[in-house]
Design a protein around this ligand. Sequence first.
Ligand SMILES: [Zn+2]
Length: 262
Amino acid sequence: MDKGKSKAFEEQDSDFLKLNLNLFSSSPSSSSSSNPDFQYSHPMQNLASPDTIFSPSSSSTPALSPITQPLLNQNPSQRAVLSPQPPIIPQNPNHVPLPAQRSETIPVPFPWATDRRAKLKSLRWLGDNQILTITGTVQCRTCDMSYEIGFNLVSKFVEVFNYIARNDDNLYDRAPVVWMTPRLPICKNCGISVRPVISEHKRSINWLFLFLGQMLGCCTLEQLKYYCKHTGRFRTGAKDRILYNTYLGICKRLLELDDLDN
Ligand SMILES: [Zn+2]
């Protein structure tokens, strides 16, 4: 019974779509949305690269403990007696080792992803860096063949964006059938459909590839919730709602309309 919240959510998302409709779909100067040779230029050229792969900080030399320090201040004769035995630092009997800390950063899984869980680079960054084809692995369940395919970033993005822009008023925050049951690519070997290979490690899921191919519906509810959790999206309800939020979240991230950067 969260219709009020849902409505506010919907209106907010609808606003963003209306505001950005002219980006791709109806600009009188652009040739058409089907033009794959999208030229992306932007005054912000020197974006800091978030590509840094996390490496644990090197172990630092522990400072002298207050217990060992007085030993060094003793006179030489006392030190001579003590020197064969290294000082013993008493352990705190109540010390409980902490569980391994979960790092904020992860190894960057794809050139179009960042070192933060589920967070993608923006369309502008990808354009500036000439990353215009997004690849991923698919596998045929009939002949078992697996291989890589690629999607044109701009034309596929425009396809999804225009779909949302045209239909958002009728979606009511829920993914349509075409997203819940994706149309899958045809196997180049046997002609039956292939499915995307989705990493069992959620941090390595190829979100942008699935988004562009409109195959996010192949993810489990748990995987979609992971995306929403790590990108600050609403993540309760049935799969159609979480799937809708994932599509909208990726769309906003690519356009840098999410507010997670600061
Ligand atoms: Zn096949």
